[in-house]
Design a binder for this molecule. Sequence first.
Ligand SMILES: *[C@@H]1O[C@H](CO)[C@@H](O)[C@H](O)[C@H]1NC(C)=O
Ligand SMILES: *[C@@H]1O[C@H](CO)[C@@H](O)[C@H](O)[C@H]1NC(C)=O
Ligand SMILES: *[C@@H]1O[C@H](CO)[C@@H](O)[C@H](O)[C@H]1NC(C)=O
Ligand SMILES: *[C@@H]1O[C@H](CO)[C@@H](O)[C@H](O)[C@H]1NC(C)=O
Ligand SMILES: *[C@@H]1O[C@H](CO)[C@@H](O)[C@H](O)[C@H]1NC(C)=O
Length: 398
Amino acid sequence: MLALVLLVFCLVETDSAVDSYVAAVYEHRVILNPDPRVPVSRRDALIHMQKNLDIYEEQAARAALQGAQILVFPEDGIHGFNFTRSSISGYLETIPDPEQESWNPCAEPGRYNNTEGVRQLIFPTAWMNALPLLDSIQFHRAFSLGANVTVLSANTRNDRLIMTGSGIFTPFSATFHHALKDDPEEGRLLVARVPVLDPMGVDDVAESTSSVPTESAYCDKESCAASSSPQSSYPTFTAFMMHDPFKFVLINEAEGNLTVCDGTFCCHLQYKWIAHDERKELYALGAFAGLHTVNGRYALQVGMVHLNKSESVRCAGLEASSCGQEVEEAESKMDFLLEATFQTEYVYPSVLVNRMVLEQPEKLEKAAGGRVAMKHSKLSGGLITACLYGRMYHLDNE
Ligand SMILES: *[C@@H]1O[C@H](CO)[C@@H](O)[C@H](O)[C@H]1NC(C)=O
Ligand SMILES: *[C@@H]1O[C@H](CO)[C@@H](O)[C@H](O)[C@H]1NC(C)=O
Ligand SMILES: *[C@@H]1O[C@H](CO)[C@@H](O)[C@H](O)[C@H]1NC(C)=O
Ligand SMILES: *[C@@H]1O[C@H](CO)[C@@H](O)[C@H](O)[C@H]1NC(C)=O
Ligand SMILES: *[C@@H]1O[C@H](CO)[C@@H](O)[C@H](O)[C@H]1NC(C)=O
């Protein structure tokens, strides 16, 4: 479902005093081939691609006027989707044999000098949004914060495929666009000046990987289901979210401390409502530790607060467990501290509020032993999801 292609680029630094640059991303509504499975001639393919390239050219000129030094366009943006092996051929051209050169900069960061500790990433994507955890801007912002890198993400705009949400994310700032339901289906250019991040030293990398913990407390689906969540302080229920069985407790009091556990992975919330009408909006604290297997296989430890049910969403016809999952609007505000102890150093934090607006967490703390705490107050809009999304990359193939 989510095509994750991280491309890495290196800034050409002619002047070592350069400490910022102007970045741009363009969210593009791709002009599609209406019959992508039918092979076309090279000429027709070029005519089709030219329509998209004409828009790219216009946007490049607009970005240049604003001083942009780099402009990122989305994945599949020139040709669209759903080709077959033969119908794509008219669109292709020859590139150098990848067998002459095979290099994954993430796996081998030290192979070339100028790529060590790369901290500015471009991410051309065709990202299908999946609230409450994997909306485009929510996750890309979280990745930028959690990995302490800059991410320039350009998404495709396509309502039918639920694709929107692009941004220029640095560890310190976020410039983003996310269309809402009923917004016109159109492109959007974003431009922002961002700092050049110093390369992360090899020492930093070595230090952080050495803290990857053991797998002892990680639970797979069966053992999680069997465990009785002894540390949960309130009635716990299981609800499937994005095909994973999360453990939840409802957030019912005006303020308090709650814990929810999935197996031995526990998530703690200290909270105080600033605005909340519980007849209108119901929130839950959730935890999941295990292997996600639908549309991709990835191991997770996730702790989150989310809007479980909202009056503003029609639930009729939907099963209770899915109702409330695509909510883009919320009114309730809480001050909170969300924390959990992870068995991975790769934890991506996010706070998403009313009408798909991102907030910068007030305080993020990573302590030895895997404890991560996110403190936030004074929400600018009603809370949709606050989340600590831990990726257990080392367990993806277990
Ligand atoms: C591509 O195929 C998928 C599934 O086969 C379908 O849902 C989607 O509508 C198609 N998209 C386009 C642009 O034809
Ligand atoms: C990498 O940089 C070091 C010093 O900066 C230099 O000695 C070495 O030759 C460089 N290696 C490559 C492969 O460029
Ligand atoms: C993130 O990067 C900034 C700037 O390079 C640095 O000052 C800061 O210490 C880093 N934060 C973490 C948590 O590594
Ligand atoms: C929640 O826990 C914190 C820290 O242990 C404590 O200071 C606070 O009083 C507790 N709040 C409530 C409402 O129980
Ligand atoms: C919301 O909470 C109810 C229990 O009140 C539960 O049955 C339902 O599955 C929950 N939905 C989600 C999306 O968490």
